[in-house]
Design a protein around this ligand. Sequence first.
Ligand code: NAP
Length: 454
Amino acid sequence: MAIASINPVTGEVLKTFEPLTDEELELKLELADRTFATYKHTSFTDRAQWLNQAADILEAKKSEFGIIITLEMGKTLKSAIAEVEKCANLCRFYAEHAPIYLADTPAFTDASRTLIRYQPLGIILAVMPWNFPFWQVFRFAVPCLMAGNVGLLKHASNVPQCALAIAEIFRLAGVPEGAFQTLLIGADRVAKLVADPRVKAATLTGSEPAGQSLAAIAGHHLKKVVLELGGSDPFIVLKSADLDLAINTAVTARVMNNGQTCIAAKRFILEEAIADQFTEKFVEKFKALKVGDPMQSETDVGPLATPQILTELDLQVKASTEAGAKVLVGGYRLPQEGNFYAPTILADIPLGAPPYQEEFFGPVASVFRVKNIGEAIALANSTNFGLGASVWTNDPQEIELAIEQIEAGAVFVNSMVKSDPRIPFGGIKRSGYGRELGIEGIREFVNIKTIWIN
Ligand code: NAP
């Protein structure tokens, strides 16, 4: 894919970029390697100061960055600005908490002193997607820099201006040159980078095929990898739930980011007793969504990021209806310029149709009916994905059952699934492995060194 900013509302090519030559890439690798030798000795105080400075820059220029995000990938400007604010919070949170998460931990043995020390590994490569073009990168970069590692970013090819803006933010914040660099390269250059002995580990957020490809190469070279891949999260609503709250949240959980979120609720699993009531209101709310120019404050749903995503989503909906699913609202691409798809709800989905196994990366909800929590959990677990799950009930036994039995990296009860700087994030099954954020996340890319002193 060419490295280019293309406005998803108009199809206009805003800017194109030449990928780095092999020589330029080598210079950046050399610089990262050299920088690590000194960066690893910087203090938490210095790193925290740089990241607090980065937070100041993000906050001061949030509208400017929000516009870049919206122009490149089409999310609503208000959500783009919120994403930038969230990155600022993340910087401040890790500036304060990373020294605690990475402090020596005592262990209790028969030695006179035993402890665990967390030391940086070196260059960490991040391969990132376009859907949260700031958040995904900061979620990697901030813990990476606080831990004393240096980062190389290969961002998605359709968000180069975001990629360059992020590198510039860290530069202006005072992060030493070479500690964080953006590489404008295509996906075909990733394998060689992973194999390079100077690159110590890699993290990829994106699709399953991309994750498989990177993990295979990293495995061959015995390098650690964190993978944050796709999801088809269940949103289970049981009869004791606060229905109005569940329905309002369901709409947001499905259509936020124009439906292109890994942890979006994608399969709505409803207990029969409330299924009709839920579905009726859910459809009403989908009909009321304003689709259009993401720059306008009244817009709820903007375009999909690329024409390919639009085509793929349309094919998935068609395959579902051909299999016998019913369209309750939407079900078509909008007859206008840009990558717009009508907010859609599918119901009466026959077993084996695409919503049972595939991720729908756009504003398409699939509704399923079940008799009880047992059936709900079985259906929730029947995909290959295992990222997040949202469960709505006020019955303590059902809450416990859901927490215990749902196969996912996160279960949120009476709340939509969120990525929050304070808690670990990641999946199981084909949604990937490893964690970002929280203590667990920041300790993914460190040498957990055991110290035994007799
Ligand atoms: P994608 O095509 O896999 O792209 C993601 C990144 O991987 C891009 O930088 C891409 O580069 C690169 N890439 C693609 N193929 C590669 C390969 N064979 N080897 C190495 N790198 C490769 O994913 P996407 O379509 O942009 O993103 C949507 C997917 O990401 C969805 O499945 C979504 O659920 C998932 N996602 C997961 C999370 C999570 O935290 N679990 C968060 C957000 C998104 P190019 O752009 O140059 O091709």
